[in-house]
Structures are given as structure tokens and as C-alpha cells.
Design a protein around this ligand. Sequence first.
Ligand code: ZN
Length: 198
Amino acid sequence: MVEVIQDGAVVSLAYTLRLANGEVIDYSEVDEPLEYLHGAENIIPGLERELTGMHVGESKEVQVEPAEGYGVYDPEDIEVVQRDLLPKNMPLKLGMVLAITDEEGNLSEAVVREISARDVTLDFNHPLAGQKLFFSVQVVGLREATEEELEHGHPHGDHDHEFDDFDDEDFEDLLDFEDEDYEDDEDFEDDEDISLKN
Ligand code: ZN
């Protein structure tokens, strides 16, 4: 029996995430909470640490600095890519987020900042980099993780497999673009998971 949030516990969390200007950018309600495995880096470190020791029913306001959230904005983390290196039929829009896999298979996301006839400027900073985050959280449920969940490093709910998404999906490899598949959408405001994922 797990009494409080600790490593190896599967936590069901209702939360609202706001930016400094009050804008709500993500939330999960009590009847459809986020499930994550505590201590497995499923969620950003600044939030995970503050949740440690909380019990079911408890609520809290948590402020997370950029360094412990989605990172400090790095103006060097921008790349200009020749447009003809991207799939030809790829619809490009300013501000859209591309999911990109590099040669080593690491997944990253880039925001399209500029589009010219020849080049596309990609910003590899997380869309929320540099933002201070304001969470209102409520612990909805708590249980011990199964052996399999601990092995995988994420919970296995019956309703979803959200932490498996990155293993399953076929992301376009910009550096090996024979495959015409690409992930063009990932608009972070519409994606319920992205703001809590690492
Ligand atoms: Zn799994």
C-alpha cells in the first residue's frame, strides 16, 4: 500500500498548467487524470520533486522555473535547413512543430520560425522553453507500480499508452528523408500530453 507519492508509485494527477500571463495551456480533469510513474522522469523535474510526499486528495500550487521545466531558451539552438532537404509535399506553416528523429534515433521537436524560398529556420528549443510554469495540482489516485511498469518506466493504464507513443510512431527522419512520412502537427496547444512530458 502506497501512502504518499514516492519513487515507484503510479500517480493519477489532475492539474492545470498556466503561464505567467495566466493563459491555461494544458490541463487534466479529476475524472480523466494524467497517470505517470513517479521517479521515472515521466514529468518535468521541478514538478515531480514538489509532488513527492503528497497524499491522495491533497492539492497544491507549484511554480517551476524554466531550468526545471522545459529549459532555458537557447538562441543557439536554431538551425537553418535547406528547403529541398524536407519532403516536397510537406505543408510548411510558421509556428508549426515538426517531430524530427536524428541519425542516432533521438526524437526532438522543432518549431518552424522562418520560411524562405530556399531555407527553413527550425527552432529546437521546446515551445515552452524560457517559460515559468504555474501548476495547480490535485492528487487523484496512487498505487504501487507493477514489475512491468517499473521495467518500462511508465504506467500501463487501460485507457491509453501515452508514454509508449514515441516508440510506436513513425517520425520523419530529416537526415534520412527517403521515407515520405512525417509528423506535421504536434501543435502543442492541442496536444494534451506534451507539456508534462520530458
Ligand atoms: Zn510499456
